[in-house]
Design a protein around this ligand. Structure first.
Ligand SMILES: Cc1cc2nc3c(=O)[nH]c(=O)nc-3n(C[C@H](O)[C@H](O)[C@H](O)COP(=O)(O)OP(=O)(O)OC[C@H]3O[C@@H](n4cnc5c(N)ncnc54)[C@H](O)[C@@H]3O)c2cc1C
Length: 289
């Protein structure tokens, strides 16, 4: 590894100044569970690391029934998994964060890093898409918002400019009888990358679905919002037939590859299986609320 300058800014404003001064040589460091590995492998070669964990604005974690959730980009995943309010209102997001790595990894890694790394297989991204999460991004030019489904543009690349920082996610408060779920398939029990991951959130009025969102991971160059599949559920009873139709529509937008984790055909099959499963679990949870 080459010599690196480490910076621990105490405010967002300070971090933005440091990042702007570093130009292409600067990089935000959150948990480092992706970045440090990439640096060791020579895939990324930043010369100045700006620590996201020392920036108070990136550590916000608050919920209000009116405004929903504010989740700072540098909140470590263990805080999400252990937060009773998140477990109650956003069980799918908690499931996704809880699946990342080991206890040690969860103590370091962040949802912000999971998204900014730009992997199509990042576990928390389909869960965030299902919840309609919006990213707040800051730069010396001000703040802009980006929907999570628009954030990753190709494997390892995002909409972020070199001088931009992902500050936080905002997730709407769940209306009554709303719930989410995230599941992935991996060939072993833990510590692996998703072969396919699916997140879903549904809102029910009696048995009728009034809102739905489905996010897909590891089945295309970027995480996907299954727009048509989600829309197909709205206005219908959330029964086996509606769920099967949504699963077929989700399969239609998947463009999986064949690699050492599974064939494209197998991944396509898994999209159907997991979409049906997460919709059923989300519906059961929504009915119980
Ligand atoms: C053993 C092991 C197991 C793993 N298991 C899983 C798994 O099961 N599922 C999974 O999805 N991932 C897994 N990962 C990958 C990794 O842990 C996650 O992607 C994690 O969420 C990354 O978060 P981080 O905070 O460590 O990011 P970092 O490594 O600090 O950063 C990742 C990238 O995002 C950028 N970045 C981070 N925060 C910001 C910000 N606020 N603004 C702008 N840019 C930013 C960094 O510059 C870097 O390019 C695993 C990794 C390891 C080592």
């Amino acid at each position: 590894m080459h010599a690196i300058t480490y910076e621990a800014p105490k405010s967002l404003e300070h971090a933005l100044r440091l990042l702007a001064a570093a130009g292409e040589k600067g990089r935000v460091l959150a948990g480092g569970t992706d970045l440090l590995i990439q640096m060791r492998a020579g895939v990324r070669t930043p010369e100045r690391l700006i620590d996201a964990k020392t920036i108070p604005e990136l550590q916000v974690l608050s919920f209000s029934p009116h405004e929903g959730l504010r989740l700072g980009a540098a909140v470590p995943c263990y805080r999400i998994v252990e937060d009773p309010v998140l477990c109650q209102h956003y069980p799918g997001l908690v499931e996704a964060a809880g699946l990342i790595g080991s206890v040690q990894i969860k103590n370091r890694c962040t949802v912000g890093g999971n998204l900014c790394n730009g992997s199509p297989a990042a576990d928390t991204t389909p869960a965030l898409i299902a919840l309609g999460a919006v990213c707040y991004v800051a730069s010396p030019r001000g703040t802009r918002t980006v929907a999570v489904e628009d954030f990753v543009v190709s494997p390892g690349r995002t909409v972020l400019q070199p001088d931009e920082v992902l500050v936080e996610f905002r997730i709407p408060a769940p209306p009554p009888h709303t719930a989410d779920c995230y599941q992935r398939f991996i060939p072993r029990n833990e510590m692996d990358i998703a072969v396919v991951g699916v997140g879903a959130a549904v809102t029910l009025d009696g048995e009728v679905c009034t809102a739905a969102r489905i996010g897909l991971g590891a089945v295309a160059p970027t995480p996907l919002f299954a727009r048509e599949a989600s829309a197909s559920l709205v206005g219908k009873p959330l029964d086996d037939e509606a769920i099967a139709t949504a699963a077929e529509l989700a399969q239609k937008i998947a463009r999986p590859i064949t690699d050492m984790r599974g064939t494209a055909e197998y991944r396509l099959h898994l999209v159907g299986v997991l979409t049906r499963r997460v919709l059923k679990v989300a519906a059961e949870r929504a009915r119980a609320r």
